[in-house]
Design a protein around this ligand. Sequence first.
Ligand SMILES: C[S@@+](CC[C@H](N)C(=O)[O-])C[C@H]1O[C@@H](n2cnc3c(N)ncnc32)[C@H](O)[C@@H]1O
Length: 245
Amino acid sequence: MEQAGPDFYDDEAVFASYMSHRQRVDTPNDTLEKPVIMDLIGCITGKRILDLGCGDAAIGRELLHHGAASYTGIEGSHKMAAVASNKLADTAGLVIEETIENWTYPYTAFDLVIARLSLHYVADLAPIYTQIFHALTPAGLFVFSVEHPVITSCYQGWTSGTLRQDWIVDNYFTTGVRVTHWLGGTVQKYHRTVEDYFHLLNEAGFMIEDLREARPQREHFHDVQTYERRKRIPLFLILAARKPV
Ligand SMILES: C[S@@+](CC[C@H](N)C(=O)[O-])C[C@H]1O[C@@H](n2cnc3c(N)ncnc32)[C@H](O)[C@@H]1O
């Protein structure tokens, strides 16, 4: 039975598997996604930061350490929110256990909103983008990453395990729900095309500043074979969009 994002991460086996997966050397999150996010968010000194689907909030700890004025993480999984609260225990960071869909977004309360690999679990992005737009101050920045649409298009790629030789892209323009077997569980994600992400941002009022696909950079990898392998397909799509002044 497939689960929605927060329930999936609350599953005992999935949670354990995800946490150990994130500890591995050269994870795609560390080698590909995070360097682009850090590059796009730029200077965070004095910024009030909202993080949607914050996971363990490790980045919140780091951003506060580097001078962010505040950090608020929204996390729908009970287990993950507990880890995040622990991680931020001796900081000014705050974790709110709530879903991205149900949280009441305050008006012009943040300078920067980030959402790292959480928005492909959300069925209807248009109202979320609108709420993010209203939660940002004028000139505020929204930076988010999602699994790349070539990955979310078709579930076969996820089922072939580490022996897979090729990744299948199929049904690309048939957008909507996808059921994926991953980390020992079954999760529901939502596939959108690259232009869907772009147009949804425009329609919410944002000006798009950058679009990235996390092209592998050798200096982020310990292992050269992993670096070579990561050059085959894009795993992440990352967009930076600004609220006009
Ligand atoms: C792949 S993890 C990424 C965690 C963190 N952003 C990071 O990059 O390390 C996705 C996270 O989003 C959370 N999530 C998924 N759907 C959500 C929703 N609708 N509302 C709140 N959190 C959600 C999950 O519980 C999980 O912690």
